[in-house]
Design a protein around this ligand. Structure first.
Ligand SMILES: CC(C)(COP(=O)(O)OP(=O)(O)OC[C@H]1O[C@@H](n2cnc3c(N)ncnc32)[C@H](O)[C@@H]1OP(=O)(O)O)[C@@H](O)C(=O)NCCC(=O)NCCS
Length: 165
């Protein structure tokens, strides 16, 4: 009989609070994006700074196992002064580091988020994105987002319904 090796070594994706020790690493994730991708999302350092001036920001580092792979920031309330004008939860910033893209981590992160929103009774989540070359629009559509028809400047607004169990 031969020893068997675990055929599914894919690490679980989870969110961890950003700390004094990890904040620089989160900021440096932005340097790993391609120039096109860099145009699609604010620098993490800017997002973290803005998040600290918003009463409605929730931000986390995204990990695959113990490896930091991305950053997410939600807006969880009414925030006209934050230039976010939708009812409920808005995904303000989201990125997966260049080296870790294409491994399913973006999908797993959002599926984890949707499960959490479902469990807490949130019926839908909004986001917005640029369109055209390098845009994450196709990614969002694969994850079940649809267009609302509303614009945020050059960005289209998208909504993802969170069906109750
Ligand atoms: C968009 C982004 C988060 C995707 O993360 P990722 O971890 O590479 O995505 P995944 O590997 O989980 O891909 C999931 C699916 O979406 C597809 N996909 C990924 N990016 C895509 C894109 N830009 N357009 C179309 N489809 C895309 C993948 O092919 C995969 O399809 P499959 O499930 O049929 O195989 C990442 O490319 C990124 O950080 N981009 C730069 C920043 C950005 O645009 N953030 C959003 C700001 S609004």
């Amino acid at each position: 009989m031969t020893d068997t090796v675990n055929p599914d070594p894919a690490p679980a994706v989870h969110f961890r609070p950003i700390t004094f020790k990890t904040v620089v690493e989160v900021c440096k994730l932005s340097d790993t994006l391609s120039p096109l991708h860099h145009q699609m999302v604010a620098d993490n350092a800017i997002s973290i700074a803005q998040g600290h001036f918003s009463e409605a920001a929730w931000m986390r580092a995204i990990y695959a196992g113990d490896t930091m792979v991305g950053f997410i920031m939600l807006h969880t309330g009414l925030g006209y002064d934050d230039r976010i004008d939708c009812p409920g939860v808005f995904m303000w910033r989201f990125m997966i580091a260049g080296l870790h893209q294409g491994k399913g981590y973006g999908r797993k992160a959002l599926e984890t988020l949707f499960e959490h929103l479902r469990a807490t009774g949130v019926p839908e989540m909004y986001t917005s994105c640029e369109v055209g070359e390098g845009s994450p629009e196709g990614f969002y559509r694969k994850l079940g987002f649809t267009s609302t028809g509303k614009m945020y400047g050059d960005e289209i607004e998208l909504i993802r319904k969170i069906a109750p169990r």
